[in-house]
Design a protein around this ligand. Structure first.
Ligand SMILES: Nc1ncnc2c1ncn2[C@@H]1O[C@H](COP(=O)(O)OP(=O)(O)OP(=O)(O)O)[C@@H](O)[C@H]1O
Ligand SMILES: [Mg+2]
Length: 250
């Protein structure tokens, strides 16, 4: 489904991602791991369209999406969450989800002014969709609470809900378990499995090794922007290069 080929980005003299290639199959839960500064978030930024690669190619279902603007890539079916929570703090959970749906609403300015029945119908459907995803991630009791009043774990779930609102084929989760306690992490793992059951393919960055190894089908390991290894969790865990990169040899 997603085909990354020789993806490279340079910031001045720093090659943050260097000729990275991997493929993700439809229905897969795919992990991207690596030490701090390895280039994982930069990779997400290129796939989701917030950074343009210096060279290389990104294909979604055989269509070249390299360098398209973020809203276009979202329309093509890729949604993401952020490593640093990126919600509108003074808006409710529902409102944060409605903001995510603008590209889905089709009625133009003219009908907005007149509030046509088409627009009222779209608003109704957008609200229903938001309620569905908020319930799906397990925070239906927080629908009308402003997002800063949600716990850290709930805010992470709200970010996932907001990403799901656009009906993506592929969701990118950047450290979704960061700051969660063990119970929240277990619930999150079940939620990610449920996301796959919905028909959404998952690419996840996470530092918690137990979490990632138990969750994903395959893993790509990045180190200093380059691919160190790609494979099954059990092979990655015993790969000497990976152990060296994480533990410094001993
Ligand atoms: N916009 C930018 N301009 C300049 N350098 C950048 C930019 N974005 C990222 N970098 C650099 O690129 C490298 C990779 O950063 P990135 O955030 O992708 O790492 P990461 O693997 O997500 O790390 P972490 O696990 O700490 O989140 C780092 O050296 C970072 O400082
Ligand atoms: Mg990061």
């Amino acid at each position: 489904m997603l085909n990354i080929k020789d993806l490279t980005i340079k910031f001045g003299g720093l090659v943050a991602v260097n000729e990275l290639s991997f493929e993700i199959n439809q229905g897969e839960i795919f992990g991207l791991i690596g030490p701090n500064g390895a280039g994982k978030t930069t990779c997400f930024n290129m796939i989701s369209g917030s950074l343009k690669p210096t060279s290389g190619k990104i294909e979604l279902d055989n269509e070249n999406i390299t360098g398209l603007p973020m809203y276009k890539i979202n329309e093509k079916g890729i949604a993401r969450t952020y490593q640093n929570i990126n919600l509108f703090g003074n808006m409710t959970a529902m409102e944060n989800c409605l903001v995510g749906q603008h590209s889905e609403m089709n009625s133009g300015l003219f009908s907005s002014v007149l509030r046509t029945s088409k627009q009222r119908q779209e608003e109704k459907e957008a609200k229903e969709k938001a309620l569905e995803v908020l319930d799906f991630v397990g925070i239906s009791d927080r629908v009308n609470d402003i997002s800063v009043s949600l716990s850290y774990g709930e805010q992470r779930l709200l970010e996932i809900a907001r990403a799901l609102v656009s009906n993506p084929k592929l969701i990118l989760l950047d450290e979704p378990a960061a700051g969660m306690n063990l119970t929240e992490k277990n619930n999150l793992m079940n939620l990610i499995l449920k996301i796959r059951e919905r028909g959404v393919t998952v690419l996840v960055v996470e530092h918690d090794m137990k979490f990632i190894m138990n969750l994903v089908d395959r893993i790509c390991v990045l180190n200093y922007g380059s691919e160190l290894a790609t494979g099954l969790p059990e092979d990655i865990q015993t790969n000497p290069d990976v152990i060296e990169a994480y533990l410094g040899g001993s």
